[in-house]
Ligand binder design. Structure first.
Ligand code: PYC
Length: 330
């Protein structure tokens, strides 16, 4: 058999409570880059085609998500991890970190003894620790300690001629959070087309506020949209990238929602809640510490969920394939 390939990538695919993560290792990066943001910038400058090759069609799809594991930048960390989407990169991702941690333990990339392994990641949003619980040699759940999370601002935006209240909150990424009642729609799989449409408008109309407030910040200031369903206790759907939605309850979204609930007095600073996805899968969120800064409560949330490896595969890139680096229809 002859197989033409100018690039071969070993891929680990996982899903975390329904949401996919396509994982690769990438070591071809200069040593001594000062932080995860410089690592990501270098990767984007030299290898962004790897993102599109991995995640877009024909190898992926509009909702495919990724994680690239690179050498750590901080002493004591195991990896730097960056989070590509079909159209850009997120600063932090909860579901992908749960998927990556499950894969690293299950496939023996990190050693562990006993029933727990802690893995430390440098992310653009900050250092994140993942605690993998192991039973009979198998990873069974992962708890990640997310970055400091906080409520930002209440605004309102116009959707279809109605004034819709939006809560901006941060949990490793910025979120624009809207109650589904105000849109007159439930967070149900049958409504996904309309939810994606609303999500796009919410993201578009909220981003100016975040840009103005964080003008000098190096954070990714593009918000993800979270539509919460008041008819179910804590159900929500997150939409992001071009036209993607999260099948999991969304780790950083669960953190941002916790910060909002605390701000609104609906969750205790020592409390916990369970966030549910549009497909009914769940993450639990426990607040492990909090502080008050200029009257605003900042929390450190721990998010727990489960992930599974779905395939180990080799991606090849034929130099004669006109669509070798991917494309997207959405
Ligand atoms: O789990 O943080 C998350 C996430 C963000 C976008 C998709 N998943």
């Amino acid at each position: 058999m002859s197989l033409k390939s100018e690039l071969t990538l070993d891929v680990i695919d996982t899903h975390t409570e329904g949401e996919p993560t396509r994982i690769i290792f990438w070591n071809d990066i200069p040593k001594n880059l000062p932080d995860a943001l410089s690592v990501r910038n270098y990767f984007i400058q030299h290898y962004d085609y790897i993102r599109t090759t991995l995640l877009q069609e024909p190898r992926g799809h509009k909702d495919q998500f990724g994680a690239v594991l690179l050498p750590p930048v901080n002493p004591g960390s195991n990896y730097t991890v960056i989070y590509p989407t079909t159209d850009s990169y997120l600063d932090m991702c909860g579901h992908a970190t749960i998927g990556v941690s499950t894969a690293l333990v299950a496939l023996g990339y990190v050693e562990y003894e006993g029933s727990e392994k802690v893995i430390t990641y440098d992310t653009v949003a900050g250092t994140v620790k993942a605690r993998v619980r192991v039973e009979n040699g198998e990873p069974v759940s992962v708890s990640i300690v997310d970055v400091k999370s906080y409520f930002v601002k209440k605004i309102s935006i116009d959707i279809e001629g109605k004034s819709i209240p939006v809560n901006i909150s941060y949990g490793g990424n910025f979120y624009a959070i809207v109650e589904s009642d105000s849109l007159g729609i439930g967070v149900e799989p049958a409504n996904i087309g309309k939810l994606l449409e609303y999500g796009k408008i919410i993201r578009e109309k909220s981003k100016q506020t975040i840009r103005e407030m964080y003008r000098d910040s190096k954070k990714n200031l593009e918000p993800l949209a979270m539509i919460t369903d008041s008819r179910h206790d804590y159900r929500a759907v997150v939409t992001f990238a071009g036209n993607s939605f999260d099948r999991s309850p969304c780790g950083t979204g669960t953190a941002a929602r916790a910060a909002l609930l605390v701000h609104d007095g609906k969750l205790d600073v020592n409390g916990q809640y369970t966030n549910e996805s549009i497909i009914g899968s769940r993450f639990t969120c426990r607040i492990i510490s909090s502080e008050k800064v200029n009257g605003n409560i900042i929390i450190v949330p721990e998010i727990t969920g489960r992930a599974w490896i779905t395939q180990l595969c080799k991606i090849i890139v034929n130099p004669e394939d006109p669509l070798k680096h991917g494309f997207l229809v959405q």
